[in-house]
Design a protein around this ligand. Structure first.
Ligand code: UDP
Ligand code: LCN
Length: 796
């Protein structure tokens, strides 16, 4: 590419010179950086000019179509090109000489450091984090479309490597089958089977015997004979299940096939207890949603627990065992609990038979308990003590170490790293919403924003991402972005935090540890509006009052024309959720105001009710918009957190009146409200930045909106209502398509099955291969010890 570029330069110097001058001069709010959208616009405008026409379809156009970022300081232009998903190349251009060179990532990051005022003539000893050497020999995906399907890849790769090349797989499998126990009871194989030959003999005898017994027989009826061949409980309850397992194992020992291997591992009794870690915010079952730092993650985890417990029970039953699964959600105890249950040490989880929330306090260095909620940006100094105390509590509660630890968000992921490292348990992490993707240049300007402590958070993220055995993401774009935008995980591949450290390769999104497993919406609560017999009609008077009633201390605005359909939105009142942006878009569009009312459920209407600075600012902005645009008769703002059941019925109530749901966030990692609204049958309009881009197929089962373009957003909504006015079936078509999309792709039962299979497969590979990556682990421990702990101690 470079040679072609150089040659092209020589032949088109004058046009290229003007392009570079335009790039240098392009105003970008005083910033030395240009982002992809600015670059693309500038380049396309240039192509339309007389001079620019000669660059059309050239190697230069190829370069600029992949340009992700430009850093400028006359006469230099540094360009980061994303030549493929997760693959970057860097170029340095001298605008006067019209010279181009390829540089490495370090040079590029150094230049950025200089541009933001980190002046010491480039510190040659600045720490660089580079995970490349650790992963050199490790199999990686090749194709962008395979990203997020790590387990399939791993099964294919390792089954051939282990069973064919190394011919060691049979022995490994045997050893693996011999390690399973539950509270002292040996499962799968007993000591009689001590080599592969004896395993194969036992399997043959087993099959012969089972083929003769009654088809209705169960493990109890056959266990004595099978035990005499070497088999312990865990192979299955019914004879047909046991036989299926024996056949699969025989096939694997003969000629391993990745699909059979996954099926076989998926049935092995390995997971009886799970710890799910989520320290920050108010983790509870009632009155918590909408409190600071408390949103979809809590909903996700509680639904996840119910789905996992149900699935584990079923699987354990089919494995022929009588064991109660145990799931513990580990969170922070907050004595000053604001009327929530967050001051209770232990709480049963509704809708489960044995799952609990265990709460452990944050303590200061002197061991005193911290009483109040603190922001998720400030919790770093407490996590290590929290993890030590939690370890003791977990061991005493469970009576043994868990079989799997799942971390959530940066803090929970770090604690899961500390716990699984000490307890030697498989570790899975879930990001939910990494801050790096939400705040532009958050690494580069870490020093300028001390209240966020981004440097500490990103360090924690790097440690836990690299340490995790596997990572679950809700969508593909969360890992790898789109053609135009960088994924949340991808943004950790290289970046710099000037004067602290530089990341050369922080994470490789082609690593097979990534798996897409999408969450669902609780089917008991979020179901289609037309399922009349399930509807909570008893809440309708209350909902009617909430929407149309007189103003109260928790609401503003009284809807004048009740006949108009409702545009509904509901979210935490964070800046990123952009609720005030939607209100402004509505306010500024007379056409839309004519056609529909706006219903907002977010935050509180009284600033004094909020302890969160961002939220207080949003409350103020909302009031200002009401005043400025005279919204009191067309917008109803409920500053109230709705309980799940009421929220579910509210979506349906809006659907009864042929309304729509809008999710206008500047960025939304996944967006549970999006799938909740869709499955209740509300036509959906949601942000094109983040998960909704993937959840919704634009025009088919909903619409993407650009949260930065108010006029376009309002027009899209107004066009929709106009069309529905002329063609009422259009609303039904969109509604039906939204329901179908969620029911097909986003359900908790699919989620639970997949997560349990992944845990077993990664557990197996960790056991039989070097997936444990001892070198990486030791290096990460050092990075944690030397970098994270110091940063955490300095939390602002
Ligand atoms: N929610 C709710 N009542 C409220 C506000 C929010 O039940 O008053 C729920 C909402 O239904 C969804 C979750 O909170 O289940 C928000 O999750 P989402 O993924 O949309 O956003 P997050 O808050 O995690 O950023
Ligand atoms: C956090 C978010 O911000 C949302 O986008 C997700 O839907 C939620 O967590 C659950 O993963």
């Amino acid at each position: 590419m470079l040679n072609k570029l150089k040659e092209f330069h020589n032949n088109h110097r004058s046009a290229i010179y003007s392009l570079f001058q335009q790039l240098l001069q392009k105003e970008s709010e005083g910033s030395p950086f240009l982002l992809r959208s600015d670059i693309q616009k500038l380049y396309n405008d240039f192509l339309d000019s007389e001079q620019g026409a000669q660059l059309n379809k050239s190697i230069m156009s190829e370069l600029f179509s992949s340009a992700q970022e430009i850093s400028r300081s006359e006469p230099w232009i540094y360009l980061a090109a994303r030549v493929a998903i997760g693959k970057f190349r860097y170029f340095r251009i001298h605008s006067e000489e019209v010279e181009i060179d390829e540089i490495d990532v370090t040079d590029y990051l150094e230049f950025k450091e200089r541009l933001v005022g980190y002046t010491p003539p480039t510190d040659e000893f600045l720490l660089e984090l580079d995970m490349t050497p650790f992963n050199r020999d490790f199999p990686k995906l090749q194709e962008p479309r395979s990203i997020g399907k790590g387990v399939e890849f791993l099964n294919r790769q390792l089954s051939s490597k282990l069973f064919v090349e190394a011919s060691d797989g049979d022995r490994m499998m045997l050893n693996f089958l011999r390690v399973h126990q539950h509270r002292g009871t040996q499962l799968m194989l007993n000591g009689m089977v001590d080599d592969v030959d004896s395993l194969q003999t036992a399997l043959r005898k087993g099959v012969r015997y089972l083929n003769q017994v009654d088809a209705d027989a169960e493990w109890e009826d056959v266990h004595a004979t099978l035990a005499s061949y070497g088999f312990q409980p865990g192979w299955g309850r019914k004879v047909e299940d046991i036989l299926a397992m024996f056949h699969m194992l025989m096939d694997i020992l003969e000629a391993p096939d990745p699909t059979i291997l996954e099926q076989f591992l998926g049935r092995i009794p390995m997971i009886f207890s799970i710890v799910i870690v989520s320290p920050h915010g108010f983790f509870g079952q009632e009155n918590v949603l909408g409190l600071p730092d408390t949103g979809g993650q809590v909903v996700y985890i509680l639904d996840q627990v119910r789905a996992l417990e149900k699935e584990m029970k079923e699987q354990i039953y089919h494995q022929g065992l009588d064991i109660e699964p145990n799931i513990v959600v580990l969170t922070r105890l907050i004595p000053d609990s604001h009327g929530t249950s967050c001051n209770q040490r232990e709480e049963q989880i509704a809708g489960t038979s044995g799952s609990v929330i265990l709460r452990v306090p944050f303590r200061n260095e002197g061991g005193e308990v911290l009483n109040q909620w603190i922001s998720r940006f400030k919790i770093w100094p407490y996590l290590e003590r929290f993890s030590r105390e939690s370890e003791r509590k977990l061991l005493s509660y469970l009576g043994a170490r868990p079989d799997l630890i799942i971390g959530n968000y940066s803090d929970g992921n770090l604690v899961s790293f500390l716990l699984s490292r000490r307890m030697k348990v498989t570790q899975c992490i879930i990001a939910h919403a990494l801050e790096k993707a939400k705040y532009l240049f958050s690494g580069l300007y870490w020093k300028e924003n001390p209240e966020y402590n981004f440097q500490t958070q990103f360090t924690a993220d790097l440690v836990s991402m690299n340490a995790a055995d596997f990572i679950i993401s809700s969508t593909y774009q969360e890992i790898a972005g789109t053609e135009d935008s960088i994924g949340q995980y991808e943004s950790y591949s290289s970046f710099t935090m000037p004067a602290l450290y530089r990341v050369i390769n922080g994470i490789n999104i082609y690593d097979p540890k990534f798996n897409i497993v999408s969450p669902g919406a609780d089917e008991r609560v979020y179901f289609p509006y037309y399922e009349k017999e399930r509807r909570l009609t008893e809440t309708h008077d209350e909902l009617n009052e909430l929407i149309f009633g007189t103003a109260t201390e928790f609401s503003r605005g009284v809807l004048h024309d009740r006949e108009k359909p409702l545009i509904f939105t509901m979210a935490r009142l964070d800046k990123v959720k952009n609720i005030t942006g939607l209100v402004a878009a509505y306010a500024q569009s007379p056409r839309l105001r004519e056609q529909a009312n706006l219903l907002v459920v977010a935050g509180s209407v009284d600033q004094n009710d909020s302890a969160d600075a961002e939220e207080r600012y949003q409350i103020e902005t909302m009031h200002r918009l009401f005043e400025q645009y005279g919204l009191d008769q067309q917008v109803r703002w409920l500053g109230k957190h709705l309980q799940k059941n009421k929220a579910g019925e509210l979506y349906r109530y809006v659907a009864d009146h042929r309304g729509v749901f809008v999710q206008p966030a500047l960025f939304e990692a996944f967006g549970l409200t999006v799938i909740e609204a869709m499955v209740t049958g509300l036509p959906i309009f949601a942000t094109m930045y983040g998960g909704p881009l993937e959840i919704i197929q634009n025009g088919k089962n909903g619409f993407h909106i650009d949260p930065n373009n108010n006029a376009e957003l309002a027009d899209k909504l107004a066009d929709f209502f106009e069309r529905v006015h002329k063609e009422p079936q259009y609303w039904d078509k969109l509604s039906r398509a939204a329901i179908d999309r969620v029911q097909e792709k986003y359900t908790w039962s699919l989620y639970a099955k997949r997560l349990l299979t992944l845990s077993r497969v990664y557990g197996f590979w960790k056991y039989v291969s070097n997936l444990e990556r001892e070198e990486t682990r030791r290096y990460l421990e050092m990075f944690h010890g030397l970098m994270f702990r110091n940063l955490a101690a300095e939390t602002h």
